[in-house]
Structure formats: structure tokens, C-alpha cells
Ligand binder design. Structure first.
Ligand SMILES: Cc1cc2nc3c(=O)[nH]c(=O)nc-3n(C[C@H](O)[C@H](O)[C@H](O)COP(=O)(O)OP(=O)(O)OC[C@H]3O[C@@H](n4cnc5c(N)ncnc54)[C@H](O)[C@@H]3O)c2cc1C
Length: 416
């Protein structure tokens, strides 16, 4: 079933009896060529690209809960490619280009909305740093524009310009950045993968790996053993726990990150705005809610819920930046488990166990990476060759000293 304006019209005139579930509810087969552990954005995008781009078949995605129950359905929906380092910027720009064609490719409305992002500048040193980052973006083929204070004011007059503790001196703008509907991305990839014959198996938790003579032979699950020639693990915040079952210890810590949504308001936020003097970022959904967030909670946890001190901290950031937010009522808050790597950058690599591949370490920036991560992980699993834009995301970079430390924070996962 293809989605189109014509289809919507036809269903409207015929009582909406023709809509079908977006994917089949599959029973696990005894074995597959490719098993992807984790039905989040990255796992589903990997399965889709394995089938759609690399012509593979006999693929299953195993998800312990329901598709999209993890971070893919919990994030603040920001997509952008405004990175500095050569290991990162080309990868995120590759992802941005895939976002731009995603809905046509998947025939699914993922509400990709390129409304722009502005990183606010509050000091002269910050302006220098953002100018440098903007130049790095332009070198990688992305778009970037340095805004003056007046240009920011024209764009977002409600920000605290006149009585601010942290005066706004300008901003770094990426106009092609924006937001996408987070769980819609999971549904779009799931539907497209299902149409290509991928088995999507929910309520199927992987509880162990079968490894024979240093080679993966399959996985044990709550729904029995499933054989596999190749296994790709994309479980985000559960990476440490899952890879421990294969006897591996990762350079990753799990932390909680919270997100917040206000009651619906008339359109006010033009795109995504990030505070440069604290950790606070905000956008507005199509339903009108202000969506915002800040720092991780700051201690290791596998709980998908956060704590009050960070809520206070985020609220303070919001009030310092745009005092009018104090008049909006908070509707909902939730948490997700972040796989924080030692240098703040991800891992897309094979492991020392033959046939076992790892996609992890996305910290709190993995939503925007979903299309490129799925493409690159699928390429690695299908061909054995890393995608050139993801070639730096090696697991052994921590032992070789080739870290990709975007923030320059050192080996401190809680600060990336
Ligand atoms: C509050 C919040 C805000 C964020 N904001 C942004 C943002 O604005 N922009 C951005 O780019 N990124 C953001 N992120 C980060 C982004 O959401 C994640 O980096 C990304 O979604 C992780 O990849 P995923 O989608 O595959 O993860 P997930 O959706 O978490 O998928 C992993 C899946 O693995 C499953 N799983 C775990 N263990 C097993 C097992 N043993 N067997 C089978 N399945 C298993 C889980 O149930 C889960 O569904 C945010 C995250 C949070 C929590």
C-alpha cells in the first residue's frame, strides 16, 4: 500500500476501511543471514539499508519491547550537521542529505522539517569558536551562517536581549537543520523494511550469544534460539549490558537524559535554538508544545526516568534565555538511557568476534545520525568495508589514541 494524497482522499470517501497495519507481526524463523539486535532507529535503518541498498535478504530485527520504545521515540527530535571535527562532520552531513530525501525514499511522512538551528553566542571567544566550526561545516559541504545580534533578534525577538545575565552577541545558524517526528522515523523505516521482507520481531529479548570457535553462530532470546551468520548489535543505552553477554567490556557508560514538553502554544519558536551559556535547547512541535532539554542527569543508570535536580537546572536555563517560558505549563517529562562513549563519538565497527558487529556510543546525538548510521552499519555488515564517512568510528581508537573528542572534554562520558 503506497501512501499518497490520492490514497487519503480515497480512504476518506470510502470509510477508511482500506488502511493496513504498517508491518507484519512475525514469528521468529530458526535462522537468518542477518540478525539485528535492537528495534530502535539505528537497528531498523540498518535492516532497511541491508535490504534496499545492499540487496540482502533473510534479515530479522529483534526488539525486546515494541518498535520505537527506546530512545528513538524519546528524543527531542533535533537533526543537524553542525560538527567541527573531520571524523564527525562528513558523517553528519551525509546523514543530513539522507534526511532530505527520507520521506520520498520511505514513502512515509516523518515530518522532516528544515526550520533551522541557531546556536547562540554569548562571548567573543564563543564567536571565534563558532566561526571556526562554521568554516569546518562549509568545508564539508554543509551550510553555515554567522548571525549578528540584530539578525538573531529579528528571528527570535522573545529571547532575553535587554536584561540578560548572559547577553546574546549573535549566533551560528544552519538553515538546513531542524526536526523530524522521532517515532515516525522508526515507523517509516519499519514499514519500508517490512515491505522488503525483513522480519520485525517484537517482545523478543536477546539473552545471550552463541559463539563457536571465535565466530558468532546466533543468539539466545526469550523466544528461543535464533541462528545467524552475522549479528549486528544496535541497542543504544543497553550496549554495555548486551555486549557483556558476548564477553566484551565497552568504552561506554549509560546515563539518563530527560526531555520536556509544554502545553500547546501558538507558533513562536522559528526553529531550534540552543543556549550558549548553559545547556538548554528548545524547539516547537507542530502541535504547539515547546520541546526542550538540557544535560544528562549525571550518574550511571539504566532507568528510563530522570530526577528533579536536572528538571530545576533545565528550567533555570530556559528562564535565563527566554523568561516567557515561565508562563507555560509543563505537560510531560520522560527519560531515556544514553550510551555515552569516552570521547563523545559513536562506534560503527566489527568486534573481535567474527560475524559480530557493534553500533553504539551515540550519546545524546544519535537521532540525527539514524539514516547514515543505518546505511554505514549495513554497508559494513554486508560488504565488510566501512563507509568512508564512518571510517573513523572504530572501536580500537580508544587504545590507539585516535579519539574524536568534539567537545575537548577528555575521557569523561558524563561531560560529552
Ligand atoms: C531525552 C532524549 C533526547 C534526545 N535528543 C536528541 C536530539 O534532539 N537529537 C539527536 O540527534 N539525538 C537525540 N537523542 C539521542 C538519540 O535519541 C539516540 O542516540 C538514538 O535514538 C539511539 O539509537 P536508537 O534509536 O537505535 O536507540 P533506541 O531507540 O534506544 O533503540 C535500541 C533498542 O534496543 C532494544 N534492546 C535493548 N536491549 C535489548 C535486548 N537485549 N534484546 C533486544 N532488544 C534490546 C531497546 O528496547 C531499544 O528499543 C536524545 C535521546 C534522549 C533520551
Amino acid at each position: 500500500m503506497r501512501f499518497s494524497g490520492f490514497r487519503v482522499l480515497r480512504e476518506a470517501l470510502t470509510g477508511h476501511g482500506g488502511w493496513r497495519p504498517l508491518w507484519r507481526n512475525c514469528e521468529p524463523q530458526p535462522s537468518y543471514d542477518f540478525v539485528i539486535v535492537g528495534g530502535g532507529g539505528h537497528g531498523l535503518a540498518t535492516a532497511y539499508h541491508l535490504a534496499a541498498v545492499f540487496g540482502q535478504s533473510r534479515i530479522a530485527v529483534l526488539e525486546k519491547g515494541w518498535l520505537g520504545s527506546g530512545n528513538i521515540g524519546r528524543n527531542t527530535t533535533i537533526i543537524r550537521s553542525n560538527y567541527l571535527l573531520p571524523g564527525n562532520e562528513p558523517f553528519y552531513e551525509f546523514s543530513m542529505k539522507l534526511w532530505e530525501n527520507l520521506e520520498q525514499e520511505l514513502n512515509f511522512n516523518a515530518m522532516v522539517s528544515q526550520r533551522g538551528i541557531v546556536n547562540l553566542i554569548h562571548t567573543d571567544g564563543q564567536r571565534d569558536a563558532y566561526r571556526r566550526r562554521g568554516n569546518a561545516m562549509l568545508h564539508a559541504g554543509a551550510d553555515a551562517q554567522l548571525l549578528s545580534r540584530d539578525q538573531v533578534r529579528d528571528l527570535a525577538p522573545f529571547l532575553n536581549f535587554d536584561n540578560a545575565r548572559f547577553p546574546i552577541k549573535g549566533g551560528l545558524m544552519q538553515r538546513r537543520a531542524g526536526t523530524a517526528r522521532h517515532d515516525g522515523v522508526a515507523w517509516g523505516y519499519a514499514r519500508a523494511a517490512d515491505l522488503l521482507g525483513v522480519d520485525l520481531i517484537q517482545n523478543c529479548e536477546v539473552t545471550g550469544f552463541r559463539i563457536e570457535n571465535g565466530k558468532v553462530a546466533g543468539v539466545d532470546t526469550t523466544r528461543g534460539h535464533i541462528g545467524a551468520k552475522k549479528v549486528g548489535v544496535a541497542v543504544a543505552g543497553s550496549s554495555g549490558r548486551v555486549m557483556a553477554m558476548a564477553g566484551m567490556r565497552l568504552p561506554i557508560e549509560s546515563h539518563v537524559l530527560q526531555a520536556f514538553v509544554s502545553e500547546g502554544l501558538k507558533p513562536v519558536i522559528p526553529g531550534v535554538i540552543t543556549f550558549g551559556a548553559g545547556h538548554f535547547y528548545v524547539s516547537q512541535s507542530d502541535k504547539g508544545g515547546l520541546i526542550f532539554g538540557g544535560d544528562i542527569d549525571g550518574y550511571n543508570s539504566y532507568a528510563q526516568r530522570g530526577n528533579l535536580p536536572v528538571i530545576e537546572d533545565v528550567a533555570e536555563g530556559g528562564m535565563a534565555l527566554m523568561p516567557m517560558i515561565g508562563r507555560a505549563r509543563l505537560l510531560r517529562a520522560w527519560g531515556g538511557i544514553m550510551d555515552m562513549s569516552m570521547d563523545g563519538s559513536p562506534i560503527i565497527d566489527r568486534t573481535p568476534i567474527e560475524g559480530l558487529y557493534l553500533n553504539a556510543g551515540w550519546c545524546y546525538g544519535g537521532f540525527k545520525a539514524t539514516p547514515a548510521s543505518g546505511y554505514a552499519f549495513a554497508q559494513l555488515m554486508a560488504t565488510g568495508n566501512p563507509h568512508e564517512a564512518a571510517a573513523a568510528y572504530r572501536l580500537d581508537r580508544f587504545t590507539r589514541g585516535y579519539v574524536i573528542d568534539e567537545k575537548g572534554a577528555g575521557a569523561t562520558p558524563n561531560l560529552h
